[in-house]
Ligand binder design. Sequence first.
Ligand code: GDD
Ligand code: MN
Length: 367
Amino acid sequence: MNLLVTVPTYNEAENIELFLKKLLEYIPPGAHILVIDDNSPDGTAAIVEKMMVNQNDRLHILRRPGKQGLAQAYLAAFEWGMERDYGIFLEMDADFSHNPEYIPQMLVQIAAYDVVIGSRNIKGGAVEGWSFMRNLISKGGSLYSRIILGCPVKDLTGGFNMWRRDALEKINLPSIISKGYSFQIEMKYKSYLAGCRIKEIPIIFPDRKLGKSKMSKKILLEALLNIWKIRKGKKQNTGFEQLIKFAITGGLGTVTNLVIFFLLADLAKLPEIPVSIGCFLVAVTQNYIINHLWSFRKSLKGEKLSLKRWGMFTAGSLMGLAINIAVMQLMLTYFTLPYKAIAQGAGIAAGMVINFFISKYAVFNKK
Ligand code: GDD
Ligand code: MN
């Protein structure tokens, strides 16, 4: 099996002995543990070294001169393990937030997958004892990274992960840019891009009872900003980026549309349906130009504006317009509104969603 459990520690003197005892109970007899200690001032390393005496070769320590962050600790651990030919690597915190009882399940899954993630964000998984804020930060961080990176993993930030050696080889560890907590996100994202088979299993993650978390506002901010750097390696536009640009373009078109609609329908009292159609034609042309030159520029690879694509975009937008008018009419019929333009605004929003998909997959899609 040759499993190596890697446990980074910084000031875990209160946890480490009991934690290692429990860990030793749940790993296969041939598996080894490597503690990576950054010269903890509380003497964590000395406790580990004392335990090593009775563990002939099951327990190892890598002592580093000073606090260099989670990423450096894990990278050093992987290098240590690669040199010694371990086949499976497990990342784990020393503070009991990652329960060793899950390890047998993870080992079952790693037979069929390249990466097994202990996940708090899938059905059956949860965090216990975190404040509302900390929970929000963690969940928000996972969702934020997931959207920006376009990566389907639900628990991107978690640190309880099992790796096959070849998955780590595919990631190209020296290319990792993270220093702190975005390390976990970057690892998972890179393994996803490399085509690894990833499995999430639900875990309950209790907050630590003893010692302090090393997470700080500074570390968090670094992690959030790092996501953009991590993403830079990717060449293709993400669908999310296109959607944002498409929505901004639609927003500009909506302003144009609403201004003309307000002038003609509310002030000039012209009938709203013909006015809505006129507004549509003006806005659609503006939207086509901006979407072509900006939102979907990368998909079109330098192609010039064309009447044909304008025609397709207009046709696609007619679908949106049908929904636009239906929603507007329904609202005018069933609600008393101070301005008719409010109903038109709701109609535009509904039409835009349909429009995005037609644009992305039919109009601005260069084969
Ligand atoms: N060697 C070393 N160097 N170890 C460190 C360092 C460091 O600079 N910083 C933290 N550690 C160790 C801690 O001693 C602990 O064993 C583990 O790494 C996790 O640190 P915590 O401070 O307990 O992290 P947390 O509970 O706030 O964060 C956990 O959840 C995050 C996402 O919600 C961890 O699992 C993170 O990996 C995870 O990103
Ligand atoms: Mn912790």
